[in-house]
Design a protein around this ligand. Structure first.
Ligand code: TA6
Length: 301
């Protein structure tokens, strides 16, 4: 860790007394701890990763595995991993890109109404160029209020176009994934990653999961609403400039083979991901920027 990224040095530059301070988090990784009247949250410099957002009087909006690794080079299991510049596995390079396993630099920590807005950035480096030969800067802005708002802006800093994929790989906390339903994708076409990438159409009516589910919905620009009968709430995922929605839960068999997902933790998570992936990959001209956003909030059932 660079001295400039140590909690003490960051506190001197960015802390807001009583609202936001840096601390050593899990695995000794530096995180920003935010506590406002509406919510509290944790954001790690590792991956610019929001691992926790708990609205006042509510259970956390986000799932975080008790067995998650917190180590350089390892993805955190839960919260909101930032997927960039590719989605999914690729031979010889990190799954879901390098953004979520890179150390991001704090740009600002500011009051935003009753909340706190944080900006972190990742730029091309010898390490990223070895994986993806393009000059870029990605800036993630996180606003913590009763809702959790995220924006990821990608800038092409090279003299040639490049194409990227990106996602907020959001792990929502649910009381029991078997007792939730998801609205907002009725009748939508999807790519079924559990069935040979076949293209199918979602049936009308609420989308309920009863087995391993890994579906990419291209061209899905609308909001999703997860109704959670156990926690007695609905979680709404609104999005901006995102053409892809992904829904994932590994279910019991696949979860049993995931070292960083314990026991029956899979029952308490549902990934509703805000993305531009596969058919919806984004091509940026030199000097251009593209900003994708998501707003996640809980409402009474
Ligand atoms: O978004 C769903 C997915 O692509 C699944 O196929 C599964 O691989 C999941 O992401 C988790 O990926 P990870 O690399 O974080 O284990």
């Amino acid at each position: 860790m660079h001295a400039s990224q140590a909690p003490e040095a960051l506190d001197e530059r960015f802390a807001i007394p009583g609202l936001a301070r840096f601390e050593a988090g899990a695995g000794g990784l530096t995180r920003l701890s935010i506590s406002t009247r509406h919510a509290d949250a944790h954001i790690y410099l590792h991956g610019a990763h929001v691992t926790h957002h708990r609205p006042a009087g509510q259970p956390s909006l986000l799932f975080l595995s008790e067995r998650s690794r917190f180590a350089p080079g390892a993805a955190i299991r839960g919260g909101v991993p930032i997927v960039f510049p590719w989605f999914g596995p690729r031979a010889g390079v990190p799954d879901h890109g390098f953004a979520r396993i890179s150390e991001w630099a704090v740009q600002s920590v500011e009051r935003a109404g009753d909340g706190v807005a944080v900006a972190l950035a990742l730029e091309a480096s010898p390490a990223t160029r070895a994986l993806w030969p393009h000059e870029f800067r990605i800036t993630c802005c996180v606003t913590v209020g009763a809702a959790l708002d995220l924006t990821a802006e990608v800038e092409n800093r090279s003299d040639a176009p490049f194409t990227f994929e990106a996602a907020f790989h959001t792990y929502l906390r649910v009381g029991d994934v078997g007792q939730t339903s998801l609205a907002g994708l009725e009748g939508a076409d999807y790519i079924d990653k559990t069935d040979g990438m076949k293209r199918k159409t979602l049936a009308p009516g609420p989308f309920r999961l009863d087995a391993e589910t890994d579906r990419v919905f291209p061209g899905a620009r609308g909001s999703c609403v997860v109704s959670d009968a156990v926690l007695g709430r609905r979680v709404v995922v609104d999005k901006r400039a995102s053409a892809t929605t992904v829904v994932w839960n590994p279910w019991n068999d696949k979860a049993a083979h995931m070292a960083d997902l314990g026991g029956v933790e899979w029952r308490h998570m549902l990934c509703v991901e805000t993305a531009n992936a596969m058919d919806d990959a984004v091509t940026l001209a030199p000097g251009a920027r593209h900003a994708m956003g998501a707003t996640i909030r809980a409402t009474p059932a």
